[in-house]
Ligand binder design. Structure first.
Ligand code: SF4
Length: 311
């Protein structure tokens, strides 16, 4: 009975940076420090930062005037930025630079007066932030596209003055279908070469596809609100194997393992590696599986600098 690990898994550069920002700000200023939304979507990380003195809030109005606030890795809207100014908040921005890149694209399209389409998931904080970065005062609009059907319903006359961007943590395959349809329907549409899906999402999806080929069960460590972790579970399931998303080894259920000889394990971009080690330990000690191959993580060669004032 074997366990195999995805060689590309766990923390990405944007998550590493966001957690480091919260820790550094706490170190420099002492507790409490306010954080707008979960800085990254992981229960264990959030609980650890809470224990160090971080207070997580959903609305800027919940931060007392003049206090420090940190924006989460998912980014924020222009309204959040201006509300922070009005309350004289001292802002540290943990928005992932790859999300900021999409904000910059959206800002450019807004200033050109273009209509913009954002391919993404309704209610995800990154989508709320990106939609809210689009300045409609230049005359353009921004529309959320979730499905192929949404594209079919679009009523724009042509692709001139029309652009698209995408959320960074989508399914690469689903997004390709949507962007292909957009380009077919609006040949003149402007957009990124392929999409705005980040390197970490792409690499983890490639790795889980490979892992699923060698497994009859894939366990993904990640929290339920983590977009990229949910996509990993879906991809494994679409490859024809059972797959579960779990926060930690505590969520493991005996019935999932019945008759399973080859277990694949991976983790989302916001899941700490120690949770993977604990899961492997539990599968070995409590269930008699043994880890095959290396437990090393591939170095993706990406690191982001901390904001000024924290370096
Ligand atoms: Fe940045 Fe991608 Fe990580 Fe999100 S998953 S924080 S976009 S690198």
């Amino acid at each position: 009975m074997k366990i195999r690990l995805a060689d590309t898994r766990g923390f990405c550069a944007g998550v590493d940076r966001a957690i480091e920002i919260v820790k550094k700000v706490l170190e420099m200023n002492g507790a409490p420090v306010y954080v707008k939304h979960e800085v990254v979507h992981n229960k264990t990380v959030v609980n650890e930062l809470k224990s160090l003195g971080a207070i997580f809030v959903e609305e800027i109005e919940d931060v007392p005037d003049g206090e420090i606030v940190i924006y989460s890795a998912h980014g924020v809207s222009k309204v959040v930025e201006s509300d922070s100014k009005e309350k004289s908040l001292d802002v540290f921005d943990a928005t992932c630079p790859l999300v900021s890149k999409v904000h910059a694209e959206v800002n450019t399209y807004a200033k050109l007066g273009y209509d913009c389409l954002l391919v993404g998931h309704l209610n995800h904080p990154e989508v709320e932030g990106t939609m809210g970065q689009f300045d409609t005062s230049y005359g353009g609009t921004i529309t959320l596209i979730e499905t192929l059907d949404d594209v079919n319903k679009l009523k724009f006359a042509d692709g001139k003055n029309l652009a698209f961007v995408t959320q960074t943590t989508l399914s690469v395959d689903d997004t390709l279908e949507i962007t292909n349809l957009l380009v077919t329907k609006f040949p003149d549409i402007t957009g990124p070469k392929k999409d705005d899906i980040c390197y970490a999402t792409q690499n983890r999806q490639d790795a889980v596809k490979q892992l699923a080929l060698e497994s009859d069960l894939v366990l993904v460590i990640g929290s339920i609100n983590s977009s990229n972790s949910n996509r990993l579970r879906e991809i494994a399931e679409r490859s024809g194997v059972d797959s579960y998303l779990i926060d930690s080894s505590d969520d493991l259920q005996d019935s999932w393992l019945k008759g399973k000889e080859n277990i694949g394990v991976t983790s989302g971009a916001s899941a700490p590696e120690h949770l993977v080690r604990e899961l492997i330990n539990s599968l070995e000690k409590d269930y008699g599986y043994s880890l095959q191959g290396s437990n090393e993580i591939t170095d993706e060669g990406i690191a982001f600098r901390l904001p000024k004032g924290l370096r």
